[in-house]
Unconditional design. Structure first.
Length: 139
C-alpha cells in the first residue's frame, strides 16, 4: 500500500520545480529577500541551475490538499527566508497578502476551504503540462 508521502511525491516534485523556476523568472532568486541566484558550473563542467538553490514554500500548508498544488499558493524562497517565514506566522501572512493582494488571497482561502474530492490525476496532468511550458519558455 502506498503511503501519503509516496502518493504525493511525484506531484510535489513537479510542483516544486515549477514554483522554484518561476521564482527565478520573476525575481531572479528568492521571492522574499530577492537575493539573486545564478547558475553555477560544477567541476565536471555540468551546470547546477539557480532554481535548485531555492526551496518551495506554501502559503497555506501542504497538509491542505485542496491548495497543495495551487500555483497561487507557492513561492520560491532561499532557505533562510523559508525558515524565517515558517517560524513567524505574522510575517508569513503579510508576505502572502502582499504578493497576492486581498482579492486573490481571499480566493486562495476559499479554495482551501472547498468541499469535494481532489482529482490527483488531473492535477498531475496540469503540472506536467505547466512544467513543459516553463522549461520551454526558458530555452
Amino acid at each position: 500500500m502506498r503511503t501519503k508521502k509516496n502518493k504525493y511525491k511525484k506531484l510535489d516534485d513537479i510542483y516544486s520545480e515549477i514554483i522554484r523556476r518561476r521564482a527565478i523568472e520573476r525575481k531572479g532568486g528568492c521571492e522574499y529577500c530577492e537575493s539573486q541566484k545564478y547558475d553555477r558550473t560544477r567541476e565536471d563542467g555540468t551546470t547546477f541551475p539557480a532554481w535548485m538553490t531555492l526551496q518551495c514554500s506554501h502559503g497555506i500548508g501542504r497538509g491542505n490538499i485542496k491548495v497543495r498544488f495551487d500555483m497561487s499558493n507557492g513561492w520560491g524562497l532561499c532557505g533562510g527566508c523559508h525558515m524565517k517565514l515558517e517560524h513567524n506566522p505574522i510575517l508569513h501572512d503579510e508576505f502572502i497578502l502582499r504578493e497576492l493582494g486581498q482579492e486573490d488571497y481571499d480566493l486562495l482561502q476559499a479554495r482551501a476551504s472547498a468541499r469535494g474530492k481532489t482529482d490527483l490525476e488531473l492535477i498531475y496532468l496540469f503540472l506536467k503540462e505547466t512544467l513543459k511550458e516553463v522549461v520551454n519558455d526558458n530555452i
